[in-house]
Design a protein around this ligand. Sequence first.
Ligand SMILES: [Zn+2]
Length: 387
Amino acid sequence: MSRRPTAATLDILKRIIAFDTVSRNSNMAMIEWLQEYLESYGIKSSLIFDATGKKANLYATIGSHEQPGILLSGHTDVVPIDGQDWSTDPFELVEKDGRLFGRGTSDMKSFLAVVLAQVPAFSSTKLDKPINLAFTYDEEVGCQGAPSLLEHISSLPMRPRYCVIGEPTNMNVITAHKGNKRYRCEVHGHESHSALANRGVNAIEIAADLVHRLRSMARQRSEIGPFDRDFDPAYTTIHTGTIHGGTAMNIVPKHCVFEFEFRFIPGDDPLKYLDTLKDHARVLEEEMKGVSGDARIEFLFKSQYPALSTEESADITSLAKSLSGSNGTGKISFGTEGGLFQEAGLPTVICGPGSIEQAHKPDEWIYLEQIALCEDFMDRMVAQMRT
Ligand SMILES: [Zn+2]
């Protein structure tokens, strides 16, 4: 029979799954609950608000502030359930056949629950080095909360030495992930009656030409690289996600807008692909302006997060390996806040319960055993950090 997590962990998980922290909503109900919970063990925490005051990151230090310790970090927000066919209430924890169902069970409230259930142990142990906790907002909409958290951390007299982010990796130690850059392209053409198509500039056709160019760049990456075989897929991917344009069959469309992204392996530079696309756009634009002076193509930056690449020889890599009982490390294609943490000077690995395969879907779930394995990780950590 598979192992069960403690009742304390399950109780906390049940409570935090019940907070509807879909990214577009405020996360304050959950943050206030977390703050009170920590307070009940005498732990003070700082809140770092967004501009609206409706969302906040939480940061706390348990133990001595004299030495740099370990940071345990995770996001509080979850992806929406809109249009998904759930067989249970997504905001109620339901147990069935060794699994727990609910939005955020894998991504990533189970990690948060394990960390929180350990707070009594953290606070009653005389820790040689502190344990820092960070809970962020808006990770799922482009890592929007982490930058202000990192600013707060860099202003502290004592910063953590390194960090573990508990995104779902089946408790494998992950040292690298791809980076992401997203853009929007707006094609402004020229309207005309479709019977006089030669007098218009067809924005949809121009956009299609650019999308086609992105597609051939994407194919080139899969054929000639650069490659990093530890990733799946082993190369930078390029993809167009949305496209909108046109109003009626008998009008040459004036507008077309599409959005695309680069998910790049560490060391590859997505800006050179963007430049290639822009060069091609300038050639098209010349042609367009031959028909109508105000026809043009515009590129707008949408969002980004950096790739993560932590050394195999880094202290945090060997520590996480020993705490999780794993020999090797891995690399993942999905993004996390880890690249931002690394950029801010905090060596970071990703290690958490559950699987990304179950995340973001209807009937999101996690094996109870995964949560128990994460508890083992924390138990070993407390034992190591005891004076
Ligand atoms: Zn996540």
